[in-house]
Design a protein around this ligand. Sequence first.
Ligand code: NAD
Length: 494
Amino acid sequence: MKRIGHVIGGVPAGTFERTAPVYDPAAGQQTGEVALASVGEVDAAIEVAQQAFGEWRHASLAKRSTVLFRFRELIVEHRDELAAAITAEHGKVLSDAAGEVARGLDCVEYACGIPQLLKGGHSALAATGVDVHELKQPLGVVAGITPFNFPVMVPLWMIPNAIACGNAFILKPSEKDPSPSLLLADLLQQAGLPDGVFNVVQGDAAAVNRLLNSPAVQAVSFVGSTPVARHVYERGTRAGKRVQALGGAKNHMVVLPDADVDMAADAAVSAAYGSAGERCMAVSVVVTVGAVADPLIEAITERVGDLRIGPGTEPESQMGPLITGDHRDRVASYLDIAAGEGAKVLIDGRDQAFDGDGFFLGVSLVDAVNTDMQVYRDEIFGPVLAVVRVDTAAEALRIINTNPFGNGAALFTRDGGAAKRFEQEVEAGMVGINVPIPVPVAYYSFGGWNDSLFGDSHMYGAEGVHFYTRTKVVTSRWPDPSTSAVDLGFPTSS
Ligand code: NAD
């Protein structure tokens, strides 16, 4: 059985006094055990990171960008290995895992431009003889706490900008799919990053809470569910840290009567059921406006019939298993809850049979859902798509804007005026117009609104650089050289 430990100061570590099982979700079998760090192990990582920060903060921008460029090349060389490591413990299909690596790579490429990104302002002659300039300096030891659903991409939302800005980083990955974090540590070491600038501490709430309580950790980036995001934000900020905590989601896709139904149906199927619905930007509610409901449901149903569900390693699979058996059962339980509340379960994922013990569940489509139902209110995080029927676009907008989450929202229409109105008025941090999963490119920043984000910085892009630096403004005045005791030959300035 594989034993998955920490990397502290560039070397493997872990007492394995407490462990958690790691599964191959497609087989439903335990393949490894991951160490769960004690407070002492977390403290050891923090101490090593503090020491490494002492030197790394002084590394030139040229040196930092050289490390990042090499890291970029190594990710490209090892992308199949990274994708395979994701699929082995997460279960998503290999093509999806490769896409995850590619999106993470975008964030590394962005950070390669750190000499440009850290340029501060400069004002000559702010007053007579007075200049003002700005320094953007690193914070110190910063931590990243990440969810199971993107074990490579989400850490790469944080690590490249954090280290490029001169910080030392401690990653606490999800205990459900911990192995890819060790590959990232290895590639960073191969790229020439000094030991201790990047560390991995495997663990659960005990490790997270130690990171939050330690006065030596200056900032925490978190991505995960809303209750834990709230906890991380409240505890971290109470301890005086800078915190960005991205939470859960319930993403709506509104389809207007003029939309291209085939385009909308393709989008709904891939955005609701891709990666088994375990994406924070997954579409979990389709809001149909007027007469588009029946043709759209028919088009979605046709496409669902062709979906191939199977192990992520099989090239023909389009959707893999869920992360654990417990999570699969929790997702499935919503189908009875929905029927009990009066919704119509048009496709019940439990009807599809699978060989073996894998954590598979077929996809589900639930019609006639209203906003009081649990199937609408809860983040299910599985392949269940709810349909809410309304009469007007204004009603669709009102539904989104009264939902507590505000991660992504999409509109399908041919009407530019309606699209403009939607993008202006919708309460969500990321908006798609005929794009179901509007994840911003790496040179913008990722983040939701309301219960989908605690803190004021979104992740990666310019807001990522802002989060991992603090600004110092220097005001300077130099005596006129003509007044120097040594004659430098300058005439007296007027
Ligand atoms: P999770 O909240 O259970 O876990 C996230 C991290 O927090 C893990 O590292 C875990 O070990 C740790 N953790 C769990 N319980 C904790 C506790 N009580 N105290 C301290 N730390 C704790 O999330 P998950 O199940 O791994 O991931 C799925 C969730 O993440 C979904 O809600 C999804 O929407 C969300 N997510 C959000 C985004 C986003 O950008 N907003 C992106 C990806 C995932």
